[in-house]
Design a protein around this ligand. Structure first.
Ligand code: 5GP
Ligand code: SF4
Ligand code: MG
Length: 465
């Protein structure tokens, strides 16, 4: 998901709509905005579909007045498929001291247990979302102001959360102690912005101030400054390495590093680790493009656009049903026959999850007359589900969970299939000496099976580590 918030500018909701549009790659199912106006109070609008199809109408935007607003773009994670509008964020709740609205990116790993406990104690849930627990925990807290209630609430929450929240007068940003999901602070005129990624600061002309740190909570008022507290026990950070590989936009900056540059460097590492004789390096667009550029540069094999992407389709993986996903590949990608014919082709993609995309693309390339197909993948085999906010399927559906690399190669029926090593990936992400095995610098659970936070709900449901 993507979260965005602005305080201290006229008609903040318009800025939030722009920010969410720039974060659309983080969630395409639905979006919502809550604003606050000193005279008109809280207002909210939540809609299915793209930001540009909903939050551009003047009549809708006029219902969201005020100098303070937050928003969310939704991408449903496991267990919450087929969303109802009541599951679309931000969530707003009225309780002592005026209430609050929150937008959450990540996944709470003890949400089922928390929900059970809250319902037993009388909370009335409106949605099926894990994020709603936070509002109820805040409502029950005995602290005397909302930021402190939020600290209280979040100390009970396990898992991944980057949150943008608002009270009647304050914009609040928090990251979980591991800092799994991104969150940055920007300055716009006299106001402030919080965003999942820097690309959304760019679109509104805000300047990047800094990242919110893992375990940090900032409380921002329009006229005052930015107050910072660290409410949680300090832990060693575990930012999601898959944000670098796929999830973030390549024009964003993470940890002072360009996402594009990291992806290009993954391609360089891949070419070094798994060289191959070939005539053409093609990306699977768009997610494989920077790595393919790096691969071509390092290997000296010419780069070409052997697959053309229809720009009017969204991200395939994020389409919730299997059927739509299956159609999606052909609706979205087509082969550039004239370029491919007779060539030994290296195809570079970011990841293999179920293998459905790769199988279809391989077939399209062969049908177009390619002589050989060599897959190079910009991440290690995805063998474990993510419980921290990226929607990977159940373990059984992950190709790499049930097959060896050679079996996967046979299954995809390609001439070769190679993945970047975990160390190579860490080097590309700026860790010169690779992955620190005793304390990895990132979360890489979907590749390594080492979960930095025990997924307690899933363990209760029978998931085996
Ligand atoms: P597959 O067909 O192997 O299931 O899907 C792999 C494709 O899904 C890759 O091309 C990748 O770009 C895309 N993808 C989109 N979202 C995600 C995600 O959340 N996780 C993973 N691992 N791949 C994703
Ligand atoms: Fe990111 Fe994978 Fe960790 Fe999920 S499991 S947070 S996708 S690195
Ligand atoms: Mg892709």
């Amino acid at each position: 998901c993507g979260v965005f918030g602005v305080v201290g500018v006229a008609d903040a909701a318009n800025f939030v709509a722009l920010g969410l549009h720039a974060l659309q790659h983080r969630g395409q199912e639905a979006g919502g905005i809550v604003s606050h106006h000193p005279l008109e109070g809280f207002n909210s609008a939540r809609r299915f579909g793209y930001v540009r199809d909903n939050f551009t109408s003047q009549s809708l935007m006029e219902t969201l007045p005020g100098p303070l607003a937050i928003g969310h773009v939704r991408y449903s994670t496991a267990g919450s498929k087929g969303a109802a509008i009541r599951d679309v964020q931000p969530f707003f709740g009225e309780f002592a001291m005026g209430g609050a609205a929150i937008a959450h990116n990540g996944n709470i790993t003890n949400a089922i247990a928390l929900r059970r406990e809250l319902i037993e104690r009388g909370s009335i849930f409106q949605s099926s979302s894990d994020s709603e627990c936070i509002i109820h925990l805040m409502a029950r807290s005995l602290q005397r102001n909302i930021p402190e209630r939020m600290e209280d609430a979040l100390r009970r929450v396990e898992g991944a959360f980057s949150i943008v929240a608002m009270t009647r007068t304050k914009l609040i940003g928090v990251r979980d102690p591991l800092g799994v999901r991104p969150l940055v602070l920007g300055k716009i005129g006299d106001g402030w912005a919080l965003s999942s990624e820097t690309c959304a600061l760019d679109i509104i002309g805000a300047e990047l101030v800094r990242e919110i740190e893992p375990g940090e909570m900032v409380v921002i008022t329009a006229d005052g400054g930015v107050d910072s507290v660290f409410p949680f026990r300090r832990q060693s950070p575990k930012f999601c390495i898959f944000e670098h590989v796929y999830f973030s936009r390549p024009d964003s900056i993470i940890g002072g590093r360009s996402v594009y540059e990291t992806r290009r460097q993954i391609g360089v590492e891949l070419a070094r680790e798994t060289p191959v004789e070939a005539d053409l390096v093609c990306p699977v667009p768009d997610s494989g493009t920077p790595a393919a550029i790096g691969f071509a540069h390092e290997s000296g094999i010419p780069y070409g656009m052997g697959i053309i992407r229809n720009q009017y389709m969204g991200r395939t993986f994020i389409e919730p049903t299997e059927q739509i996903r299956n159609m999606g590949v052909r609706l979205k990608l087509n082969v550039n026959r004239a370029l491919i014919r007779g060539k030994r082709v290296v195809l570079v993609d970011d990841s293999v999850v179920r293998g459905t995309t790769s199988r279809k693309i391989k077939q399209m390339i062969i049908d177009a007359g390619a002589a050989e197909v060599h897959f190079r993948i910009a991440s290690p085999p995805t063998a474990w589900p993510c419980f921290y906010g990226v929607d990977t399927p159940q373990r059984e559906k992950l190709l790499a969970a049930t097959m060896s690399e050679e079996e996967m190669r046979e299954h995809l029926a390609v001439d070769s299939l190679k993945f970047i090593s975990l160390d190579g990936l860490y080097r590309a992400a700026g860790e010169a000496s690779g992955r620190n095995k005793s304390c990895p610098q990132y979360c890489d659970a979907c590749f390594s099976g080492e979960y930095p936070v025990a997924p307690s709900d899933m363990i209760e449901k029978g998931f085996q580590l």
